[in-house]
Ligand binder design. Structure first.
Ligand SMILES: Cc1cc2nc3c(=O)[nH]c(=O)nc-3n(C[C@H](O)[C@H](O)[C@H](O)COP(=O)(O)OP(=O)(O)OC[C@H]3O[C@@H](n4cnc5c(N)ncnc54)[C@H](O)[C@@H]3O)c2cc1C
Length: 489
């Protein structure tokens, strides 16, 4: 196995994953650790942290994609950054295997302390066709692709004659009625409404939005009456909300739905856009480590955020965020553990940074993590939302304001907050931007077309006299090939 060519030989704190937890831990520790002669190293396949609560707004075109991510290079200036994936951790040897993002030779990094912060991945089920037809909403690239797909399908659909092909193009489906799914369908419905206003060939009623949820209610984070209000609100906006319903097949874009009560078929229709937001699971990368894992695939931790086995905490091993099972000392959570959300991830990261520093350098004290969930806020497009803050419920415009206020504040780093807020003001002044970018998958198409010589003109039968002279050959056509040579394809 190769050795990383220029890695620091200082005592290392290795941070695996640069999302909420990784970004905050590295940011809090980088200078302090360097001052003590150590180094913080962050490994992530992405060069940025994604502010995931903004993904629905990126898909809806209310936030510029680059503003919803925080560049590691810009903000972790005292951290050793490696763009790659950690594929294995051998804590016995204090060594991690890193696979560079550019596909280069894997190499080994040794460390003194490790922070496992690789988050979660989209959780799917073995549904035939889902892998080929579905798209998640966990990355900035997915959010950008969704926005473009929606606007492209609306534009293309507007040129089609009414019929099954147009219905398929103009049907948008979200599976999963949690926060992410509800925010996603509400934001893209708002975007579709704005796009249709500018397109004389379509009415809003030509576009179909379907939300599929397997349980009898949506959004477990808000009260039952708020959840019912959200369903009514979405239905009033023309979204078909199908509760107690599950997707059973999705081959070639033909969706088959079943009723959860008796598993009987409930509906069948076609779509080009199937968005999957039915939950997350701890990143399976931890299975390539010698750390203790619980039955849900999470790294086992104690309240001090130390990785903990049956014989107690492991020296020099820490974890937090969606990848970990951290006890919820406030008495909340699910099964006694903190739920996977940003509220916990950020606060755990700050506590974890203090705990490592106290343990390694003797400054401060190692303390247990304890945080009572403050509630939840959700935005449903311009001026609409729902919130439950410390048991106080809000709906509509006040909830939308609370949502914007909270996330405007919670976005890490001042310059990012500023960009997002300026963008919101611009959207308010000039309305939602419904431009869709073309050729994102094929950016060289136009250049290749320009660089391709035009096809040779078919020569018309000519008289002997013109064939012998220079004639009227097109100035841009390829020169004649000598007899016997073959033209390049
Ligand atoms: C659409 C959506 C909306 C959300 N809205 C809210 C909300 O409104 N409120 C809220 O509290 N929470 C919300 N969440 C949840 C919240 O975003 C997560 O709980 C939070 O991001 C968890 O932080 P984390 O650091 O554990 O993981 P992440 O932020 O996911 O970071 C994990 C990092 O690890 C990296 N990584 C992955 N594999 C490897 C590897 N093998 N090696 C190295 N690095 C790796 C990833 O690239 C990533 O950068 C939302 C999530 C989604 C998807």
């Amino acid at each position: 196995m190769a050795q990383f060519p220029q890695y620091s030989d200082r005592p290392r704190i290795l941070v695996v994953g640069g999302g909420y937890v990784g970004l905050y831990v590295a940011h809090k520790l980088q200078k302090k650790v360097k001052a003590h002669g150590g180094i913080v190293t962050l490994v992530d396949p992405l060069p940025y942290m994604t502010y995931q609560p903004f993904l629905p707004e990126v898909a809806g075109g209310n936030i510029e994609a680059r503003h919803a991510v925080v560049s590691h290079r810009m903000h972790l200036t005292e951290t050793e950054l490696i763009t790659g994936k950690v594929t294995a951790i051998d804590h016995q040897r204090r060594a991690a295997t890193v696979e560079p993002a550019d596909g280069g030779e894997p190499f080994e990094l040794t460390y003194r302390d490790v922070v496992v912060a690789a988050g979660a991945i989209t959780r799917t089920f073995p549904i035939e066709g889902l892998r080929d037809e579905g798209i998640g909403l966990k990355t900035i690239e997915e959010a950008v692709a969704l926005r473009n797909q929606l606007l492209e399908r609306i534009e293309t659909g507007s040129l089609m004659a009414p019929g099954p092909e147009r219905d398929r193009a103009l049907t948008f489906v979200v599976v999963g009625g949690g926060f992410a799914g509800i925010e996603a369908i509400a934001e893209i419905e708002d975007l579709a409404r704005a796009a249709v206003k500018k397109n004389d060939r379509l009415e809003r009623s030509d576009i179909r939005f379907v939300l599929i949820e397997a349980m009898g209610r949506i959004m477990p984070e808000v009260t039952e009456s708020q959840a019912e209000w959200v369903v009514e609100h979405l239905r009033a906006r023309g979204v078909q909300v199908k509760l107690n319903t599950s997707l059973s097949r999705a081959v070639d874009g033909r969706l088959e739905l079943i009723n959860m009560a008796d598993k009987s078929p409930s509906d069948e229709f076609e779509t080009d856009t199937l968005i999957w937001t039915a939950g997350v699971q701890a990143n399976p990368m931890v299975r390539g480590s010698d750390f203790p894992i619980d039955d849900r695939g999470r790294v086992r931790a104690n309240a001090e955020l130390r990785i903990t086995g049956d014989d107690g905490p492991l020296e020099g091993a820490w974890t937090a965020g969606d990848v970990s099972a951290v006890p919820d000392l406030s008495g909340g959570g699910v099964g006694g553990f903190c739920v996977p959300n940003a509220q916990h991830a950020v606060r755990q990261a700050k506590r974890l940074a203090k705990n490592i520093y106290a343990e390694r350098y003797g400054v401060g004290h190692v303390k247990q993590y304890k945080h009572k969930n403050l509630g939840a806020v959700a935005g449903f497009g311009q001026y609409k939302g729902v919130a439950n803050i410390m048991g106080f419920g809000m709906k509509g415009f006040p909830a939308w304001l609370a949502h914007r206020g909270y996330h405007g504040m919670a976005m890490p780093m001042f310059e990012r907050k500023f960009r997002v807020v300026i963008n919101w003001i611009l959207s308010f002044l000039f309305r939602r931007d419904t431009t869709h970018l073309m050729d994102l998958q094929t950016p060289r198409r136009q250049f290749r077309e320009a660089a391709t010589p035009p096809p040779k003109k078919q020569k018309a039968p000519v008289s002997d006299s013109s064939a012998s002279g220079s004639g009227n050959r097109d100035a841009y056509s390829e020169p004649k090939q000598p007899e016997g040579s073959s033209a390049k394809a």
